[in-house]
Design a protein around this ligand. Structure first.
Ligand code: ADP
Ligand code: MG
Length: 699
């Protein structure tokens, strides 16, 4: 349960004085829906205003604050919408004019009554020998002049949301700050000269000079460190929880594994052998395995996973493989069944679409222990899926699953603790600097090389304008027996628009290739999707138009061309995944990256990287250099955390410190029971690491 003192920070912004539903919705767009989100919405610029008592002192272009006397109003001639409304004033006898476009005269007369004094602020310009201010940003009666901020923090905004409103909301949020216990180590604070949490938050929202906006100010560093420490500590708690479980020991006699190795048409690579060794060591240890197998697309993770599952089967235990999509589950099922076809191992597939009698008899066989390996989607996690003796679970593309799902899987073992050994797999290449933030909770095995003899993929970059030429080239390729993936982008904002684009492309291609084109997308029913995929795999369809549903894992060796529309909209990791769909057969493969009309310099460079290398890790490192970690972290596909205060390009050193700090905490106060421990719990709740605190209770 979140501590009471944090409640005010987790209240909705709509509860702030003067913030109604409309503004709350706009604030949500730029910052978030809660008060804490506003406190973490840091200013990006600074506006200075200077009091000027005569026009002579003014530098044109600056933001000045002037105490003027209103002279007279000069509305534009009727029906002339281009001439602005002018209000003439004077400052110590010198004339200037305030300029308003599309003005409401009545309103202005009330705001700027002739004969009276007003405090005006705005950018002073010189226009046709008139000194003027267009749309002043402040008009106040002299009594209210303290409302003007001489130094104003400027925030990221969105249409309809003014900086004034954001500042008002943030100022109101600052009032809500509770007094927090200090969770950072006192000597560290002193050594670094960092302020306490509330002081840091106040400081970042009240910059006085440009240098106060630097990510390296003590306040910003402190807040970044808080965020990184919360991240590292949460991972450490999960890690400790998983690793301290006593695991079921899995130590088979090796028979099935030896047989599989004999039957494989290839030798395992050194990297595969090493990973298998690391996994075996975990499986035979008393604690449960919690390991990540990281390997680029096509690096051969499946056989590694299969070897570890066979260890369990050799002991008459069971193994499960959880995949994020139907298509992937299907493919794993087919691939693994094929590898095992001459071994006495029963493999079954369970997805949401297997229903009725078939499902009940499958579940019965599972409970009896007749099924050795069960492959499936989320359907595996349902309560009524009971194993006889599950000891190892493989999770494919683990970032697509949440903590609850991992917990549900763990609960399917025999004893309370589950005892289940978990192997996660991911093909998402992550730059080394970022692995700590994402996978700090797991042991990692890496498949660092690829099986030998792969054909390089010929990657080209081309403007989408050349679509006609491209279609003609596709025609030639299809005639010569090749198959093509045609990928249309999915822009996150609107799946329906994307779908429309994919459907359009499908229709257009059908004109050229009647009966040879199929369409597959995420909104399709499972059975329909399968039918299309099967037709493509069987070669009945030659071109498969797809949204990014084909991104991971799909394997059709005869497809040797992939064409990606608006490649510039994809993350490089995703392009790399997509490209990995080809280059699987013996034929030479190609990848065509098509870009739209507005290609930025960075986008061009990114696409060039794709042309230069097929090494997923290099791609991710280069992408990091070009775009910065902020752009890579927090993208949905990456499965990486989204930092709001920390910027790893700048605060990288703090990450290592946070890592060491949390390791120390875990040895000195693993249950967070000391005074600092209690404060650290508050920190974890502050960053919504509630789940990691659950782990504290049960272990
Ligand atoms: P991924 O890591 O993307 O899941 P897979 O396990 O699907 O990769 O393997 C990709 C392809 O490489 C498969 O066709 C598989 O049969 C083949 N493969 C795996 N290991 C080796 C190896 N050691 N030598 C040759 N081919 C291999
Ligand atoms: Mg795979």
């Amino acid at each position: 349960m979140r501590p009471d003192l944090l409640y005010p920070l987790f209240a909705q912004t709509v509860s702030l004085p003067g913030i109604g539903g409309r503004f709350a919705a706009l604030l949500d767009k730029v910052a978030g829906s809660k008060i804490i989100d506003l406190l973490w919405h840091l200013p990006t610029e600074l506006k200075h205003r200077v009091w000027r008592s005569s026009l002579e002192d003014i530098q044109f272009g600056e933001l000045a604050i002037l105490d003027v006397t209103i002279e007279k109003h000069e509305p534009p001639p009727k029906r002339n919408r281009h001439t602005p409304y002018r209000v003439w004033c004077h400052l110590r006898g010198e004339r200037l004019s305030l300029v308003f476009f599309h003005a409401h005269g009545d309103y202005l007369l009330k705001q700027l009554p002739p004969g009276q004094n007003r405090i005006i602020s705005g950018k002073v310009e010189h226009f046709q020998s008139i000194v003027q201010i267009t749309h002043p940003d402040y008009i106040l009666s002299p009594d209210d002049k303290q409302q003007i901020a001489e130094c104003e923090a400027v925030y990221a905004l969105t249409a309809g949301l003014s900086n004034k409103t954001v500042r008002k909301a943030i100022n109101a949020s600052l009032e809500k700050m509770p007094s927090m216990p200090e969770w950072l180590d006192k000597p560290l604070l002193q050594h670094k000269g960092w302020p306490g949490w509330s002081a840091a938050i106040s400081a970042v929202h009240n910059p006085a000079e440009m240098s106060d906006l630097s990510p390296l100010t003590p306040s910003r560093q402190r807040l970044a460190y808080d965020e990184l420490l919360a991240n590292q500590l949460a991972l450490a708690l999960v890690r400790r929880r998983y690793q301290r479980r006593s695991g079921r020991v899995v130590e088979g006699n090796g028979k099935l594994r030896r047989k599989l190795l004999q039957l494989l048409p290839y030798e395992l690579t050194p990297a595969q052998q090493q990973a298998i060794g690391e996994i075996e060591t975990d499986l035979t240890a008393a604690h449960a395995m919690y390991r990540l197998l990281q390997g680029d697309v096509g690096s051969g993770k499946t056989v590694v996973a299969l070897m570890s599952m066979l260890s369990a089967v050799e002991m008459s235990q069971q193994a499960a493989l959880l995949a994020p999509t139907e298509i992937l589950a299907q493919q794993h099922y087919q691939g693994i069944s094929a590898l095992l076809k001459d071994l006495p191992v029963r493999v079954e597939l369970l997805t949401g679409r297997i229903k009725g009698k078939k499902r009940s008899s499958l579940l019965a066989a599972l409970a009896q222990g007749e099924i050795d390996i069960l492959i499936g989607t989320h359907a595996l996690l349902q309560d009524n899926v009971a194993f006889h003796d599950l000891t190892i679970s493989i999770i494919d593309e683990q970032h697509r699953f949440g903590v609850e799902q991992r917990m549900a899987l763990m609960a399917k073992g025999r004893n309370d603790e589950g005892g289940i050994n978990i192997l996660s797999m991911t093909a998402t290449p992550i730059p080394r600097t970022l692995t700590l933030t994402a996978y700090g909770d797991m042991d990692v095995s890496r498949l660092y090389d690829k099986p030998p003899g792969r054909q390089p993929i010929d990657t080209r970059i081309m403007p989408l304008e050349r679509l006609q030429d491209i279609i003609m080239a596709a025609e030639r390729a299809v005639q010569s027996g090749r198959q093509i993936y045609w990928v249309c982008p999915l822009v996150e904002e609107s799946e329906s628009i994307d779908l429309a684009a994919a459907e359009d492309r499908y229709q257009k291609l059908k004109e050229h290739f009647p009966d040879q084109v199929g369409l597959v997308h995420g909104k399709m029913k499972g059975a329909d999707k399968d039918a299309v995929m099967k037709a493509f795999a069987d070669g009945d369809i030659r071109i498969l138009v797809a949204t990014t549903v084909i991104e991971v894992g799909v394997d059709v060796p005869n497809a040797s061309i992939i064409l990606i529309e608006h490649a510039e909209r994809f993350g490089l990791a995703q392009l790399h995944q997509l490209r990995g769909r080809v280059g699987r057969g013996t034929e030479k493969s190609s990848c065509l990256l098509l870009y739209g009309p507005k290609l930025s310099e960075v986008a061009r460079k990114r696409l060039k990287i794709m042309r230069e290398t097929e090494d997923g890790f290099r791609i991710s490192e280069e992408d990091l250099k070009l775009r910065g970690s902020g752009e890579i972290l927090g993208t949905k596909q990456s499965g990486l955390p989204d930092f709001r205060l920390a910027n790893l390009d700048i605060h990288g050193e703090l990450l290592q410190m946070a890592r060491d700090d949390s390791a120390l905490i875990m040895t000195k106060d693993p249950k967070l029971q000391t005074e600092r421990g209690e404060a650290l719990r508050v920190l974890l709740y502050l960053f919504e690491k509630d789940h990691s605190i659950q782990y504290l209770k049960s272990g």
